[in-house]
Design a protein around this ligand. Structure first.
Ligand code: NAD
Ligand code: MG
Ligand code: MG
Ligand code: MG
Ligand code: MG
Ligand code: MG
Length: 339
């Protein structure tokens, strides 16, 4: 079983007298900066000069500096910019301003694990990775709750990296939900696997193929959208609340019987497992990371082409129309989705 920590195990006082620089003010950045500030921490946000977020962060009552100034100012520097630009920003603006004994923090392990960032030996290197979108990190904190986090320590130069990590997790509210101890390697590999095989790659491909199969057989696209895409969330909500058991309780026995007889026809057990193992192996061997790094160095042509192709897919076109009449007010902000 993994080591779990909760609020009672965390001492926010370990951040007393420490200046915390949050680099980036996107999904995670705004949440960490505001939650830490309201927890009584000394926070500033590091942004590019001219960033549109500069005014937003100031309006929220935060002090803002350039990335280089914030890194210099901070004793704790949390990297909350896009993973694919972190190495460049680290090299140019953060590394020259890190001092011995500082803590360099991450919310995802990609750059450390795949050695895109190699920090000096005299700083702590640790991760607090919330297991949820940044906007949820913020909204749950405001409501007195918190998104669970992963804690990992890659370098413990001061011997206090765990204390800093737990205090930070408490400061953003994560310790209310629980902090699980792991490693950069495990966090990176499981996060990439989850989003590729199941959450994003798997689920979206499954919905798309289901939609196409119905439409190609002559059924209305609206019907296909409701069946194969819209209902997905309703099923997932049941599973999140009470496991597969609650889902199966709530669906009809006909649906449950169909689940058992057809699930493994659609996803043949041995073949799907073998494919998933191959995806995992590419992640573990760095093959995926190499491709993603190269994609970013060559103008993102594949990503951009795929994104445009998906936008034109009939499930997206018909879905956009149908959703106009299904705004219940509690739908997630589209820019909150992330894994
Ligand atoms: P984001 O895309 O929402 O925000 C990134 C921010 O960085 C933006 O404000 C952007 O303007 C800024 N930025 C981009 N390039 C910059 C540069 N060159 N210099 C300065 N600022 C720059 O990112 P995010 O989703 O919050 O992700 C941040 C980190 O958190 C990543 O490591 C990610 O893997 C991790 N994470 C994200 C989530 C999530 O739900 N979004 C969950 C867990 C972990
Ligand atoms: Mg510093
Ligand atoms: Mg049905
Ligand atoms: Mg049932
Ligand atoms: Mg994830
Ligand atoms: Mg991810």
């Amino acid at each position: 079983m993994a080591n779990m920590y909760y609020e009672k195990d965390c001492d926010l006082g370990k951040l007393d007298g420490k200046k915390i620089a949050i680099i980036g003010y996107g999904s995670q950045g705004h949440a960490h900066a505001l939650n830490l500030k309201e927890s009584g921490c000394d926070v500033c946000v590091g942004l590019r000069s001219g960033s549109k977020n500069w005014a937003a962060a100031e309006e929220a009552g935060l002090q803002v500096k350039t990335v280089a100034e914030a890194a210099k100012w901070g004793d704790v520097v949390m990297m909350l910019i896009n993973d694919e630009v972190q190495a460049k920003v680290y090299k140019e603006d953060v590394a020259p301003n890190l001092e011995s004994g500082n803590a360099l923090m991450f919310a995802h392990g990609f750059n450390i694990h795949f050695k895109q960032i190699v920090p000096p030996a005299d700083v702590d290197v640790l991760m607090i990775a919330p297991k949820g979108p940044g906007h949820t990190v913020r909204s749950l904190y405001v409501g007195g709750k918190g998104v669970p986090c992963l804690l990992a320590v890659e370098q413990n130069a001061t011997g206090k990296a765990v204390d800093i990590g737990l205090a930070y997790a408490a400061g953003i509210g994560g310790a209310r939900g629980g902090v699980m101890e792991t490693t950069f390697q495990d966090e990176t590999e499981t996060d990439l696997f989850g989003e590729q095989a199941v959450l994003c790659g798997g689920v979206i491909e499954l919905m798309k193929l289901g939609f196409e199969t119905l439409v190609e057989a002559g059924y209305a696209p609206e019907n296909a959208y409701f069946e194969c895409i819209h209902e997905m969330k309703l099923i997932i909500d049941l599973i999140n609340k009470g496991g597969i058991a609650m889902c199966n309780y709530s669906i009809s026995d006909t649906a449950e019987y169909g689940e058992y007889v057809s699930g493994t026809r659609v996803l043949p057990y041995e073949q799907t497992k073998a494919n998933m193992r191959a995806v995992l192996k590419d992640i573990q061997d760095g093959v995926f990371a190499g491709k993603w790094i190269a994609e970013n160095q060559t103008g993102r042509t594949f990503l951009n082409a795929k994104r445009a192709q998906m936008a034109r897919h009939p499930m997206e076109v018909v879905g956009a129309e149908l959703r106009k009449n299904m705004l219940w007010g509690d739908d997630a902000d589209p820019d909150t989705a992330s894994t």
